[in-house]
Design a protein around this ligand. Structure first.
Ligand code: C5P
Length: 234
């Protein structure tokens, strides 16, 4: 079975705010997610700096390009010593296999490679009228997940509500990384399909990605501890 953990989404615009937030964590170093905003603002140095502080890193850059370009870009990301990266499954199998090749380090190790299926911001209307995909969203998501698994990827980003189905279709060891997590008493914000850490634990989620319920909490360290306790039962 895959490992389970809580990943904090570091959705901050600058290095100063990000490091000030991380400075609060004086004990255990949480697994963190760096997205496009922070990476494009601060460059690879922010990844090196956070890694040097002892955090595991999910670099959420969602690559999608021709296979050769993705392979070479993945090789660069792999050398940053990150622990998890992702791409769009819409790039198709050849791109996904090239990504895996690029990611694999000379010693045979590599970060986990996770696919984005359909963005949660895409609805059924856009799927049909703009992307010209005449298959319902749920079926499209599972077909993309299956293609990712068949291409050798480790897992997908999905809603906690889809995690059990993904495991059914792609196998129990296929990793599910699930945003859309809220404590029972959290503000929901713009997330539509949400689940508590406790429920996510029983719903087939391997990694929960938690942003605002931790980053905007009055006491982020306590909120993180609560998420870990609820999700991992410790
Ligand atoms: O603040 P919140 O907990 O909603 O943050 C969730 C994180 O997961 C954000 O970084 C967001 O971009 C990301 N995410 C998401 N839904 C997806 C894919 C990624 O919320 N489908």
């Amino acid at each position: 079975m895959s490992a389970k953990d809580v990943i904090i989404a570091l959705d901050f615009p600058t290095k100063i705010e990000t490091l000030a937030f991380l400075d609060r964590f004086t004990g255990e170093k949480p697994f963190v997610k760096i997205g496009m905003e922070l990476f494009y603002a601060e460059g690879p140095e922010i990844v090196r700096e956070i890694k040097a502080r002892g955090h595991r890193i999910f670099l959420d850059l969602k690559l999608h390009d021709i296979p050769n370009t993705v392979k070479r870009a993945m090789a660069v990301l792999s050398r940053l010593d990150v622990d998890m990266v992702n791409l769009h499954a819409a790039g198709a199998a050849e791109m996904m296999r090239a990504a895996l090749e690029g990611l694999t380090r000379p010693d045979g190790t590599r970060p986990l490679l996770i696919a984005v299926t359909q963005l949660t911001s895409t609805d059924d209307t856009a799927l049909k009228n703009e992307l010209l995909i005449n298959v319902p969203m749920a079926e499209t998501v599972m077909a993309y997940a299956k293609n990712a698994a068949g291409s050798g990827l480790d897992g997908v980003v999905c809603s906690p509500l889809e995690a059990a189905k993904v495991k059914e279709v792609c196998g129990a060891d296929f990793v599910t990384v699930t945003p859309g997590i809220r404590f029972a008493d959290s503000e929901v914000g713009d997330q539509k399909r949400i689940m508590t850490p406790e429920k996510a634990a029983g719903a087939g989620c391997d990694y929960i990605v938690v942003g605002r319920p931790i980053t905007q909490a009055a006491d982020p360290v306590a909120a993180y501890a609560r998420a870990v306790r609820d999700f991992l039962g410790k």
